[in-house]
Each structure stands twice: as structure tokens, then as C-alpha cells.
Design a protein around this ligand. Structure first.
Ligand code: TDO
Length: 187
């Protein structure tokens, strides 16, 4: 059993895989292609990623890869908690620049699917947070892009103060959405 809830932006959804607990601990199918396809989420993944963030307030994002290396991402938390965000960056989309955010945690055992055409980012809510995610296209450094996490045109309501955040040099220097050609056009 897998539960899927649409999150109000084209194709972005929250997913809860079943967690079967017993005296030893638990078992969970964290991704099952067939069950998810039945639930309306048909994606083929080619790479698994994992990141570890030492502190609360580590901000990674907003990121995307341009076509033909655009990625669908299925994100979950192994340990700790994050506030995870998807932003519609498809030119001409009725929801262009709109964002959706939700908390993912090891306790909630929830996942978010961020489709191609959306920028993705998260901030850690706890120290020692581990995030794993599947992607549908391989990493390509020349296609890798960032948009400012605090772009005022997007206006994400991050639950961590900016003064508390830790960013990579790349993310600290990222352009605003209206300064870039994302390569995605709404169809
Ligand atoms: C994303 C990625 C990075 N790298 C390398 C590049 C760099 O040397 C090092 C760290 O990369 P970054 O600083 O881009 O890592 P990070 O900031 O964690 O980037 C990630 O952020 C989240 C929000 C996403 O959505 C991911 O797709 C990815 O962009 O790892 C790979 O080798 N393969 C990959 O797939």
C-alpha cells in the first residue's frame, strides 16, 4: 500500500509508503515502481543521491538541471527533518513562480515527488539530517542551475531564520528566477 496526495502544483505530490512494524523494528518499500504507477506516479529513476547536513539551517537550493538533463526527484529523510520546497519554473505556466513546501521527516516517513520543470530546495530543521532521493536523469554539471532561495518574487516562507542558514558558495551567489532562462516551457 502506498498513499499519494496531490499538493496543488502540477504533478507535485506527497507520498507515504507503508511502514510495517514488528518487534525487530520495521520494513518499508520506499519505492515500488508498479505500485506508484498504479497510484498515478510513473517515473523511471537512474540515480540515487544522499546528503548529510551537520547543522539545523543547512539550505540546499533552489536547484534544477536544464533539459535534456531535467530531473524528476523523489525525496525522503532517513534521519532528522527538512522543510522541502518545489517551485514552478515553467515559462507560461499559470503557476509560474509559485511554491509549495512541506516538512519531511524520519518520523512522518513521507516523501515528495518534484517533477521536471520545478526547482527544488530544502532547509534542515534538525542537526545531523540525512536526505536521500532518486532522480530520473544523471547528474550533469554543465546543466546544473541554482535560483536564489530568498528570491522575493517567489517569496518562500522558510521556517528557519536567514541568519541561521548555512549555504554553499554557489547557492549564495545564485540569480533570481526572472534573471534566468530555465529552459522549461509550459505545455
Ligand atoms: C547533485 C550532485 C552533485 N555532485 C557533486 C557536485 C559537488 O562537487 C558536490 C556537491 O554538490 P551540490 O553542492 O550541488 O550539492 P547539493 O547542494 O546537495 O545539491 C542538491 O541539492 C538538492 C536541493 C537537489 O535538489 C539536488 O538535485 C542537488 O542539486 O557533489 C555529484 O557528483 N553528483 C550529483 O548528482
Amino acid at each position: 500500500m502506498v498513499e499519494v496526495r496531490k499538493l496543488g502544483l502540477d504533478g507535485v505530490c506527497e507520498i507515504w509508503p507503508a511502514k510495517i512494524e514488528d518487534a525487530r523494528g520495521f520494513f518499508s518499500e520506499t519505492w515500488n515502481a508498479e505500485k506508484l504507477a498504479h497510484a498515478g506516479v510513473a517515473v523511471e529513476f537512474v540515480q540515487d543521491n544522499q546528503s548529510f547536513s551537520r547543522a539545523r539551517g543547512v539550505m540546499r537550493g533552489l536547484h534544477y538541471q536544464t533539459p535534456p538533463f531535467a530531473q524528476d526527484k523523489l525525496v525522503r529523510v532517513l534521519r532528522g527533518a527538512i522543510f522541502d520546497v518545489a517551485v514552478d519554473i515553467r515559462k507560461g505556466s499559470p503557476s509560474f513562480g509559485k511554491w509549495i513546501g512541506l516538512t519531511l521527516s524520519d518520523r512522518d516517513w513521507n516523501q515528495i515527488l518534484v517533477p521536471k520543470g520545478f526547482a527544488h530546495g530544502f532547509v534542515t530543521l534538525e542537526p545531523d539530517t540525512e536526505v536521500v532521493y532518486k532522480v530520473s536523469a544523471p547528474y550533469s554539471q554543465p546543466h546544473d542551475r541554482s535560483i536564489r532561495f530568498d528570491d522575493p518574487d517567489i517569496g518562500i516562507d522558510w521556517p528557519v531564520a536567514v541568519a541561521e542558514m548555512v549555504l554553499s558558495a554557489k547557492d549564495a551567489a545564485a540569480p533570481r528566477l526572472n534573471e534566468v532562462e530555465t529552459g522549461f516551457v509550459y505545455a
